[in-house]
Design a protein around this ligand. Structure first.
Ligand code: HAM
Length: 433
């Protein structure tokens, strides 16, 4: 028997070992995302699952965990270095610039849903293939762009019914801010360099800001009193950040300023944010993102500012289940056709197809089986009606329609039976709206 590689999982219609792997949760989530992105005027942009490795290396940062440890990189047959995408922003910008979208009129507001790949130690909430819903809004430097994106994400979580989430927000300022702050942080940590974790020592010269992110106890005790990046914001950076915070407050979107939030990718400036849920253990980041002015230019495009986020779909569904938010499988057929003998098989099949062509979900046993077995299948499929045709029905040109809930049955004239079923279906749909 073959086994799925470590850190991966299947999404199944039923029979999954954990509820979050059931496909109707995913379809439900994707439905809400499509509705919401439409309302906020974001359009779908799909990119391939792998790209030239350099697309990710330069943008994410050579010292980022993603590039250093987590990329699935391989050589193709022509010896070119390729990577499975670890995130969506870089691929989207590559596509934006390569397709010369900036020559078309704005707005440039895009969303994507799809798998991402990170080679990391698998654990609950962390997989080697995970799925993200993300948005990227290119070309607007207004603080309101930051707020719009954050509001979209919080509205998604709200619509799904998620509770007890915390929105953490920070500013990593502009280049000048980070230059001054890096120096201040290094000066602060230098006397205790030998006591820092190995990883933080590595980051000390290459990427000191990432030390703020450390989960190691030996680092945390020093970081408590570290200088705050917010004290190093240039006047422009300060104005931008204050405008975002003020606007969130006005809109009643609760947030927590966390001046240690830097995020794991190097392309951010100004606003960065992350939404965490109290419950999903160590992997508690549900979604995050920020502003990345300058990255479009790095990709060879014009100097456009940009803002975006990504949110993990596994973690969203897991949080829904933890918070007992139930989704039901609405993909059940409406009628199940049962032929009682071989002579009825063809008619059952013909009626099944005719109903399906009228957009009514119908299932058919295809071949004759014992009636109790067929009824058991109908029960498993949770159909509303069973349509039975046997010798008697063929003789009298009728079909027997059984209401599975009320346990009543009616004999219908064959020539009006399809109309009758269509009406029942319409009525049941109206009831469910
Ligand atoms: P990220 O924070 O690396 O950001 O990932 C976004 C979200 O993807 C995380 O908050 C988490 O929910 C989920 N996620 C990440 N890694 C895993 C994993 N191994 N298993 C399960 N879920 C995971 C980005 O990727 C940026 N591209 C976001 C962005 C877009 N920034 C600007 N635009």
């Amino acid at each position: 028997m073959y086994q799925i590689p470590k850190g991966l999982y299947d999404i199944l219609p039923y029979g999954a070992d954990e509820e979050w792997k059931l496909s109707y949760y995913w379809q439900f989530l994707e439905g809400v995302i499509k509705e919401l992105t439409g309302e906020y005027a974001y359009k779908e942009l799909r990119t391939p699952i792998f790209e030239k490795a350099e697309v990710f290396i330069r943008s994410s940062g050579e010292t980022s965990d993603i590039v250093k440890k987590e990329m699935y990189t391989f050589k193709d047959k022509a010896d070119r270095l390729m990577s499975l995408r670890p995130e969506g922003t870089a691929s989207l910008l590559r596509a934006f610039v390569e397709n010369n979208i900036q020559s078309l009129p704005p707005p440039y507001k895009f969303y994507y849903i799809g798998p991402m790949f990170r080679y990391d130690r698998p654990q609950a909430g962390r997989y080697r293939q995970h799925h993200q819903f993300g948005i990227e809004a290119i070309g607007n430097s207004s603080y309101l762009q930051d707020v719009e994106a954050i509001d979209l994400l919080m509205e998604l979580y709200r619509r799904l019914g998620l509770k007890n989430l915390t929105l953490n927000i920070n500013s990593v300022g502009d280049l000048e801010t980070r230059k001054d702050y890096k120096k201040a942080l290094q000066d602060f940590l230098k006397p205790n360099f030998d006591e820092l974790s190995k990883e933080s020592q590595d980051r000390f010269t290459k990427n000191p800001l990432r030390i703020l992110d450390s989960k190691e106890e030996e680092d945390k005790k020093f970081l408590q009193n570290a200088p705050s990046i917010l004290d190093f914001l240039t006047p422009d950076a300060k104005n931008h950040f204050e405008a975002v915070c003020f606007s969130l407050k006005e809109l009643n979107i609760p947030y927590l300023i966390n001046d240690k939030l830097v995020r794991g990718l190097d392309y951010y400036n100004h606003t960065v944010f992350e939404v965490v849920s109290g419950k999903i253990g160590a992997q508690n980041s549900l979604g995050g993102g920020g502003r990345y002015d300058g990255l479009v230019k790095d990709f060879g495009g014009p100097d456009l500012s940009a803002f975006g986020f990504g949110t993990g779909m596994e973690r969203i569904i897991q949080t829904m289940i933890e918070q007992q938010i139930k989704v039901s499988d609405t993909s059940n057929p409406f009628v199940y056709f049962i032929p009682l003998d071989e002579a009825s098989e063809k008619l059952c099949f013909k009626l099944t197809l005719e109903l399906r062509h009228s957009k009514i979900p119908v299932e058919n046993s295809l071949s004759v089986r014992k009636l109790p077995k067929s009824l058991q299948t109908a029960n498993n499929l949770k159909v509303k009606y069973v349509a039975i045709i046997g010798e008697d029905e063929l003789k009298t040109n009728t079909i027997l329609l059984k209401d599975m809930e009320k346990r009543e049955q009616t004999s219908l004239p064959l020539d009006s039976s399809l109309e009758f079923i269509k009406n029942l279906y319409e009525k049941s749909r109206q009831k469910n709206v």
